[in-house]
Design a protein around this ligand. Structure first.
Ligand code: MN
Length: 193
């Protein structure tokens, strides 16, 4: 797992985003979804794996409806400490714009699995292009799948809610507040003037 691409893209004298270092949960793996008003609004979906965050940019955001297949573009790994990043990436920096932590929590494959076993399974699933996991977030709950598309672009995946007791057809994106600060991207913009 490498954070060199993440570090290369950023000047840490000029952005408050954390510098990329390998770090890891000791109990349960975490996930985070950040809502990011960059040049195009998107949701960044991140899963902890091997001390970093595997990351996908989802233009339309996640859905709790199994009928929705949401395009998820795999992007560079982000550092573990990025899970808490919320604020403004200043103009002139990579990904300039406001970021809120839209959802977070832990994730598992099944409740029984030990951390190292889970990570080995995830690594092989990632190679196969089919990840299946159970999210325990504030907004996103239950089983989801990330499925890699067989296209020329190496980074094109779909995020799909699996059918379970948490699946529903309400628009989860209507819950638009940060789970850390209660701010919306819009209220953050006002605050910044
Ligand atoms: Mn982003």
């Amino acid at each position: 797992m490498s954070l060199s691409e993440y570090n290369q893209k950023r000047n840490f004298n000029s952005t408050a985003e954390p510098e990329g270092k390998i770090k890891q949960s000791t109990t349960k793996l975490i996930f985070v979804v950040q809502k990011h008003a960059a040049s195009h609004l998107h949701y960044d979906f991140r899963l902890e794996m091997d001390g970093a965050l595997k990351s996908w940019a989802i233009p339309k955001g996640p859905s709790m409806n199994p009928a929705d297949k949401r395009l998820a573009i795999m992007v560079e790994d982000h550092p573990y400490s990025y899970k808490d990043f919320e604020g403004t990436i200043p103009e002139g920096n990579y990904g300039a714009g406001n970021v809120i932590v839209w959802d977070n929590g832990t994730y598992t494959l099944t409740d029984e699995d030990k951390l190292d076993k889970v990570e080995n399974k995830l690594q092989s699933d990632l190679q196969k292009g089919h990840l299946s996991f159970i999210l325990n977030g504030k907004k996103l709950k239950g089983e989801f799948a990330l499925v890699k598309l067989k296209t020329k672009q190496e980074n094109t995946w779909l995020l799909i809610k699996s059918k379970d007791q948490y699946a529903n057809d309400e628009d989860v994106l209507q819950q638009d507040k940060s789970i850390l600060s209660n701010m919306t991207l819009e209220s953050m913009e006002k605050k910044d003037g």
